[in-house]
Design a protein around this ligand. Sequence first.
Ligand SMILES: [Zn+2]
Length: 365
Amino acid sequence: MFCRLDIRRFCGLLSLLLVLLITTGAWAQANELVLHFIDVGQGDSILIQTPAGASILIDAGDTRAGTQTVVPYLRKMGIKSLDMVVLTHPHFDHVGGLIPVLEEYPVDQVLADGQIHTTQAYEDLLGLIYEKGISFKLARAGDELDIPGLDKVVVLNPQEPFLPGLNNNSVVLELHHGTIAVLLAGDIEAAAEERILAEGYLSEAQILKAAHHGSKTSSTRVFLRKVKPAIGVVSVGAGNRYGLPDKKVIETMNKAGIEVLRTDLLGTIIVVSDGSSYRVVDQEELLSGKPQSKERDTSVSSTKLVNVNTAAHEQLMQLPGIGDVLARRIIEAREAAAFQKPEDLLRVAGIGPKRLEKLVSLITF
Ligand SMILES: [Zn+2]
Protein backbone atom coordinates (compact mmCIF):
# COMPACT_ATOMS: atom_id res chain seq x y z
CA MET A 1 0.00 0.00 0.00
CA PHE A 2 2.64 2.49 1.08
CA CYS A 3 4.82 1.32 -1.67
CA ARG A 4 2.16 2.01 -4.31
CA LEU A 5 1.54 5.47 -2.93
CA ASP A 6 5.24 6.20 -3.04
CA ILE A 7 5.44 5.09 -6.64
CA ARG A 8 2.47 7.29 -7.52
CA ARG A 9 4.07 10.23 -5.76
CA PHE A 10 7.34 9.53 -7.49
CA CYS A 11 5.60 9.37 -10.88
CA GLY A 12 3.83 12.63 -10.12
CA LEU A 13 7.10 14.32 -9.27
CA LEU A 14 8.74 12.90 -12.35
CA SER A 15 6.03 14.20 -14.68
CA LEU A 16 6.16 17.60 -12.95
CA LEU A 17 9.89 17.67 -13.57
CA LEU A 18 9.37 16.75 -17.22
CA VAL A 19 6.77 19.51 -17.64
CA LEU A 20 9.16 21.99 -16.04
CA LEU A 21 11.95 20.92 -18.37
CA ILE A 22 9.72 21.31 -21.41
CA THR A 23 8.16 24.63 -20.45
CA THR A 24 11.44 26.26 -19.53
CA GLY A 25 12.88 25.37 -22.91
CA ALA A 26 15.20 22.98 -21.09
CA TRP A 27 18.17 25.17 -21.79
CA ALA A 28 21.55 24.31 -20.38
CA GLN A 29 22.08 24.02 -16.64
CA ALA A 30 20.81 26.16 -13.84
CA ASN A 31 23.99 28.18 -13.39
CA GLU A 32 24.50 28.87 -17.06
CA LEU A 33 24.23 32.02 -19.10
CA VAL A 34 22.96 31.55 -22.66
CA LEU A 35 23.66 34.10 -25.38
CA HIS A 36 21.75 33.75 -28.65
CA PHE A 37 23.03 35.84 -31.55
CA ILE A 38 19.93 35.39 -33.69
CA ASP A 39 20.45 35.29 -37.44
CA VAL A 40 18.19 38.15 -38.57
CA GLY A 41 19.95 38.69 -41.90
CA GLN A 42 21.43 42.19 -42.09
CA GLY A 43 20.92 43.53 -38.55
CA ASP A 44 21.30 42.61 -34.91
CA SER A 45 19.23 40.69 -32.41
CA ILE A 46 20.60 39.10 -29.24
CA LEU A 47 18.64 37.10 -26.68
CA ILE A 48 20.24 36.70 -23.27
CA GLN A 49 18.98 34.14 -20.75
CA THR A 50 20.61 34.56 -17.37
CA PRO A 51 21.25 31.78 -14.83
CA ALA A 52 18.46 33.25 -12.66
CA GLY A 53 15.95 32.90 -15.49
CA ALA A 54 15.83 36.54 -16.65
CA SER A 55 15.38 37.09 -20.40
CA ILE A 56 16.74 40.16 -22.15
CA LEU A 57 16.40 41.00 -25.82
CA ILE A 58 18.79 43.45 -27.44
CA ASP A 59 17.42 44.72 -30.79
CA ALA A 60 15.28 42.60 -33.11
CA GLY A 61 16.48 43.15 -36.68
CA ASP A 62 14.14 44.89 -39.15
CA THR A 63 10.35 44.52 -39.11
CA ARG A 64 10.37 41.48 -41.38
CA ALA A 65 13.00 39.75 -39.24
CA GLY A 66 11.02 40.63 -36.12
CA THR A 67 7.91 38.88 -37.44
CA GLN A 68 9.49 36.02 -39.36
CA THR A 69 12.55 35.24 -37.25
CA VAL A 70 12.72 36.81 -33.78
CA VAL A 71 9.18 36.17 -32.53
CA PRO A 72 9.20 32.52 -33.74
CA TYR A 73 12.67 32.07 -32.19
CA LEU A 74 11.52 33.40 -28.81
CA ARG A 75 8.53 31.05 -28.98
CA LYS A 76 10.79 28.11 -29.77
CA MET A 77 12.99 28.97 -26.78
CA GLY A 78 9.94 28.94 -24.51
CA ILE A 79 10.12 32.64 -23.66
CA LYS A 80 6.92 33.86 -21.99
CA SER A 81 7.93 37.44 -21.17
CA LEU A 82 10.97 39.69 -21.41
CA ASP A 83 12.52 41.32 -18.37
CA MET A 84 14.26 43.90 -20.49
CA VAL A 85 14.38 45.02 -24.11
CA VAL A 86 17.34 47.12 -25.20
CA LEU A 87 17.13 49.53 -28.15
CA THR A 88 20.78 50.10 -29.00
CA HIS A 89 20.04 52.91 -31.49
CA PRO A 90 17.16 53.88 -33.78
CA HIS A 91 18.39 52.33 -37.06
CA PHE A 92 15.84 50.12 -38.75
CA ASP A 93 18.03 46.97 -38.85
CA HIS A 94 18.03 47.03 -35.03
CA VAL A 95 14.69 48.35 -33.80
CA GLY A 96 12.30 47.64 -36.72
CA GLY A 97 11.60 44.14 -35.44
CA LEU A 98 10.77 45.27 -31.91
CA ILE A 99 7.20 46.25 -32.78
CA PRO A 100 6.08 42.64 -33.44
CA VAL A 101 8.02 41.56 -30.33
CA LEU A 102 6.30 44.12 -28.08
CA GLU A 103 2.94 43.22 -29.59
CA GLU A 104 3.40 39.58 -28.60
CA TYR A 105 5.37 39.67 -25.33
CA PRO A 106 4.92 41.40 -22.00
CA VAL A 107 8.04 43.51 -21.32
CA ASP A 108 9.06 44.88 -17.92
CA GLN A 109 11.48 47.55 -19.02
CA VAL A 110 12.94 49.20 -22.11
CA LEU A 111 16.50 50.49 -21.97
CA ALA A 112 17.42 52.88 -24.77
CA ASP A 113 20.01 55.28 -26.11
CA GLY A 114 17.53 58.16 -26.20
CA GLN A 115 18.63 59.70 -29.50
CA ILE A 116 16.07 61.62 -31.50
CA HIS A 117 15.04 60.01 -34.76
CA THR A 118 11.91 60.91 -36.67
CA THR A 119 11.20 57.96 -38.94
CA GLN A 120 7.63 56.70 -38.78
CA ALA A 121 8.76 53.23 -37.69
CA TYR A 122 10.74 54.60 -34.73
CA GLU A 123 7.92 56.91 -33.68
CA ASP A 124 5.48 53.99 -33.89
CA LEU A 125 7.78 51.94 -31.65
CA LEU A 126 8.05 54.69 -29.02
CA GLY A 127 4.26 55.12 -29.23
CA LEU A 128 3.73 51.41 -28.58
CA ILE A 129 6.09 51.46 -25.56
CA TYR A 130 4.15 54.41 -24.14
CA GLU A 131 0.77 52.85 -24.91
CA LYS A 132 1.72 49.64 -23.12
CA GLY A 133 2.97 51.59 -20.10
CA ILE A 134 6.40 49.91 -20.22
CA SER A 135 9.01 51.53 -17.99
CA PHE A 136 11.51 53.41 -20.18
CA LYS A 137 15.05 54.05 -19.01
CA LEU A 138 18.00 55.77 -20.68
CA ALA A 139 21.38 53.98 -20.66
CA ARG A 140 24.38 56.18 -19.89
CA ALA A 141 28.07 55.29 -19.64
CA GLY A 142 29.03 54.32 -16.10
CA ASP A 143 25.55 53.02 -15.15
CA GLU A 144 25.37 49.58 -13.62
CA LEU A 145 22.28 47.48 -14.26
CA ASP A 146 20.89 45.04 -11.76
CA ILE A 147 20.07 41.92 -13.78
CA PRO A 148 19.26 38.78 -11.78
CA GLY A 149 21.78 36.01 -12.41
CA LEU A 150 24.61 38.22 -13.64
CA ASP A 151 27.39 39.45 -11.38
CA LYS A 152 27.70 42.82 -13.02
CA VAL A 153 26.34 44.64 -16.07
CA VAL A 154 28.01 47.91 -17.02
CA VAL A 155 26.84 50.44 -19.58
CA LEU A 156 29.88 51.71 -21.54
CA ASN A 157 28.07 53.91 -24.07
CA PRO A 158 26.43 56.32 -24.91
CA GLN A 159 27.54 59.36 -23.06
CA GLU A 160 26.37 62.96 -23.28
CA PRO A 161 27.13 65.11 -25.14
CA PHE A 162 26.45 62.65 -27.95
CA LEU A 163 29.04 61.96 -30.62
CA PRO A 164 28.15 62.66 -34.27
CA GLY A 165 26.09 59.94 -35.97
CA LEU A 166 23.44 57.59 -34.54
CA ASN A 167 25.80 54.58 -34.59
CA ASN A 168 28.34 56.17 -32.26
CA ASN A 169 25.71 56.59 -29.55
CA SER A 170 24.59 52.94 -29.54
CA VAL A 171 24.04 51.33 -26.17
CA VAL A 172 27.11 49.20 -25.36
CA LEU A 173 26.86 46.67 -22.52
CA GLU A 174 29.49 44.61 -20.76
CA LEU A 175 28.13 41.55 -18.94
CA HIS A 176 29.99 39.63 -16.24
CA HIS A 177 29.16 36.06 -15.24
CA GLY A 178 31.86 34.71 -12.92
CA THR A 179 35.16 35.14 -14.74
CA ILE A 180 33.52 35.34 -18.16
CA ALA A 181 32.84 38.76 -19.71
CA VAL A 182 30.79 39.59 -22.78
CA LEU A 183 31.00 42.86 -24.68
CA LEU A 184 28.03 43.82 -26.83
CA ALA A 185 29.23 46.73 -28.94
CA GLY A 186 26.09 47.76 -30.86
CA ASP A 187 27.00 49.73 -33.98
CA ILE A 188 29.63 52.00 -32.45
CA GLU A 189 32.39 53.35 -34.67
CA ALA A 190 35.97 54.42 -34.03
CA ALA A 191 35.03 57.67 -32.25
CA ALA A 192 32.95 55.85 -29.62
CA GLU A 193 35.57 53.11 -29.26
CA GLU A 194 38.14 55.82 -28.55
CA ARG A 195 35.91 57.49 -25.97
CA ILE A 196 35.15 54.17 -24.25
CA LEU A 197 38.88 53.42 -24.05
CA ALA A 198 39.56 56.88 -22.59
CA GLU A 199 36.86 56.44 -19.93
CA GLY A 200 38.66 53.39 -18.55
CA TYR A 201 35.61 51.29 -17.62
CA LEU A 202 36.29 48.74 -20.36
CA SER A 203 37.44 45.26 -19.26
CA GLU A 204 38.82 42.37 -21.23
CA ALA A 205 36.03 40.14 -22.55
CA GLN A 206 36.27 36.60 -23.88
CA ILE A 207 33.18 37.10 -26.05
CA LEU A 208 32.71 40.17 -28.26
CA LYS A 209 29.75 41.04 -30.45
CA ALA A 210 31.78 42.97 -33.00
CA ALA A 211 30.58 46.50 -33.62
CA HIS A 212 28.56 47.54 -36.68
CA HIS A 213 28.38 44.18 -38.47
CA GLY A 214 32.16 43.99 -38.95
CA SER A 215 32.34 47.33 -40.74
CA LYS A 216 35.67 49.07 -41.29
CA THR A 217 34.26 52.06 -39.37
CA SER A 218 34.76 50.02 -36.19
CA SER A 219 36.84 47.33 -34.43
CA THR A 220 40.02 49.40 -34.38
CA ARG A 221 43.18 47.50 -33.52
CA VAL A 222 43.68 49.42 -30.29
CA PHE A 223 40.12 48.57 -29.18
CA LEU A 224 40.49 44.87 -30.00
CA ARG A 225 43.86 44.80 -28.26
CA LYS A 226 42.25 46.09 -25.07
CA VAL A 227 39.23 43.77 -25.18
CA LYS A 228 41.32 40.70 -26.16
CA PRO A 229 38.32 38.56 -27.14
CA ALA A 230 38.66 34.85 -27.91
CA ILE A 231 35.43 34.85 -29.91
CA GLY A 232 34.24 37.67 -32.19
CA VAL A 233 30.60 37.32 -33.26
CA VAL A 234 29.73 39.23 -36.43
CA SER A 235 25.99 39.65 -36.98
CA VAL A 236 25.62 40.24 -40.69
CA GLY A 237 23.31 39.34 -43.60
CA ALA A 238 24.44 36.93 -46.31
CA GLY A 239 25.09 38.84 -49.56
CA ASN A 240 24.22 42.20 -47.96
CA ARG A 241 24.46 45.28 -50.16
CA TYR A 242 27.02 47.02 -47.94
CA GLY A 243 29.73 44.41 -48.57
CA LEU A 244 29.89 43.61 -44.84
CA PRO A 245 31.82 42.35 -43.02
CA ASP A 246 34.87 44.26 -44.17
CA LYS A 247 37.62 41.89 -45.30
CA LYS A 248 40.32 43.84 -43.47
CA VAL A 249 38.41 43.78 -40.19
CA ILE A 250 38.06 40.00 -40.45
CA GLU A 251 41.75 39.75 -41.30
CA THR A 252 42.69 41.89 -38.29
CA MET A 253 40.56 39.69 -36.05
CA ASN A 254 42.04 36.50 -37.51
CA LYS A 255 45.56 37.82 -37.05
CA ALA A 256 44.81 38.70 -33.44
CA GLY A 257 43.84 35.04 -32.90
CA ILE A 258 40.13 35.86 -32.50
CA GLU A 259 37.81 33.09 -33.65
CA VAL A 260 35.31 34.83 -35.93
CA LEU A 261 31.75 33.48 -35.85
CA ARG A 262 29.52 35.01 -38.55
CA THR A 263 25.75 34.70 -38.65
CA ASP A 264 25.79 34.87 -42.47
CA LEU A 265 27.89 31.69 -42.56
CA LEU A 266 26.68 29.87 -39.45
CA GLY A 267 23.11 31.09 -38.86
CA THR A 268 22.13 31.73 -35.25
CA ILE A 269 25.11 31.43 -32.91
CA ILE A 270 24.55 30.23 -29.33
CA VAL A 271 27.20 30.57 -26.64
CA VAL A 272 26.68 29.02 -23.19
CA SER A 273 28.76 29.87 -20.13
CA ASP A 274 28.87 28.44 -16.61
CA GLY A 275 30.82 31.44 -15.34
CA SER A 276 34.27 29.92 -15.70
CA SER A 277 34.24 28.59 -19.28
CA TYR A 278 32.07 28.88 -22.36
CA ARG A 279 31.16 26.78 -25.35
CA VAL A 280 29.37 27.26 -28.65
CA VAL A 281 26.37 24.93 -28.94
CA ASP A 282 23.79 24.29 -31.63
CA GLN A 283 20.08 24.84 -31.24
CA GLU A 284 19.20 21.14 -31.19
CA GLU A 285 21.70 20.49 -28.43
CA LEU A 286 20.26 23.35 -26.40
CA LEU A 287 16.66 22.30 -26.90
CA SER A 288 17.28 18.60 -26.34
CA GLY A 289 17.83 19.45 -22.67
CA LYS A 290 20.61 16.89 -22.42
CA PRO A 291 22.83 17.78 -19.48
CA GLN A 292 26.07 19.18 -20.83
CA SER A 293 28.29 16.91 -18.76
CA LYS A 294 31.91 17.75 -18.08
CA GLU A 295 32.89 14.50 -19.79
CA ARG A 296 31.31 15.71 -22.97
CA ASP A 297 33.16 19.01 -22.77
CA THR A 298 36.50 17.30 -22.33
CA SER A 299 35.87 14.90 -25.17
CA VAL A 300 35.13 17.81 -27.49
CA SER A 301 38.14 19.84 -26.46
CA SER A 302 40.52 16.88 -26.42
CA THR A 303 39.83 16.09 -30.08
CA LYS A 304 40.53 19.75 -30.94
CA LEU A 305 38.79 19.64 -34.27
CA VAL A 306 39.47 22.75 -36.32
CA ASN A 307 36.34 24.38 -37.71
CA VAL A 308 37.42 25.38 -41.22
CA ASN A 309 34.59 27.92 -41.45
CA THR A 310 35.56 29.87 -38.34
CA ALA A 311 39.13 29.04 -37.32
CA ALA A 312 41.62 31.90 -37.17
CA HIS A 313 44.55 31.97 -39.61
CA GLU A 314 46.94 30.62 -36.95
CA GLN A 315 44.64 27.71 -36.09
CA LEU A 316 44.41 26.70 -39.74
CA MET A 317 48.19 26.73 -39.95
CA GLN A 318 48.33 24.08 -37.24
CA LEU A 319 46.74 21.60 -39.65
CA PRO A 320 49.13 19.25 -41.49
CA GLY A 321 50.18 20.58 -44.88
CA ILE A 322 48.58 24.01 -44.31
CA GLY A 323 50.95 26.95 -44.31
CA ASP A 324 50.44 30.68 -44.45
CA VAL A 325 49.34 30.78 -48.10
CA LEU A 326 46.88 27.90 -47.92
CA ALA A 327 45.42 29.23 -44.65
CA ARG A 328 44.77 32.53 -46.43
CA ARG A 329 43.19 30.77 -49.41
CA ILE A 330 40.92 28.75 -47.09
CA ILE A 331 39.72 31.97 -45.47
CA GLU A 332 39.11 33.57 -48.88
CA ALA A 333 37.22 30.52 -50.13
CA ARG A 334 34.96 30.29 -47.06
CA GLU A 335 34.13 33.97 -47.36
CA ALA A 336 32.80 33.27 -50.85
CA ALA A 337 30.82 30.25 -49.63
CA ALA A 338 30.92 28.29 -46.37
CA PHE A 339 32.37 24.77 -46.49
CA GLN A 340 29.71 22.13 -45.84
CA LYS A 341 31.71 18.91 -46.24
CA PRO A 342 35.37 17.86 -46.57
CA GLU A 343 35.25 17.71 -50.41
CA ASP A 344 34.38 21.42 -50.48
CA LEU A 345 38.00 22.11 -49.50
CA LEU A 346 39.03 20.91 -52.95
CA ARG A 347 37.80 24.33 -54.13
CA VAL A 348 40.95 25.78 -52.53
CA ALA A 349 43.82 25.95 -55.01
CA GLY A 350 46.64 23.84 -53.58
CA ILE A 351 44.44 21.37 -51.71
CA GLY A 352 44.16 18.13 -53.63
CA PRO A 353 42.74 14.72 -52.64
CA LYS A 354 46.00 13.64 -50.93
CA ARG A 355 46.22 16.71 -48.71
CA LEU A 356 42.51 16.46 -47.99
CA GLU A 357 42.89 12.87 -46.79
CA LYS A 358 45.24 14.04 -44.02
CA LEU A 359 42.81 16.77 -42.97
CA VAL A 360 39.51 14.89 -42.92
CA SER A 361 39.75 13.52 -39.35
CA LEU A 362 40.97 16.85 -37.94
CA ILE A 363 38.39 19.27 -39.27
CA THR A 364 34.80 20.18 -38.62
CA PHE A 365 32.23 22.57 -40.20
ZN1 LIG B 1 23.28 48.10 -37.82
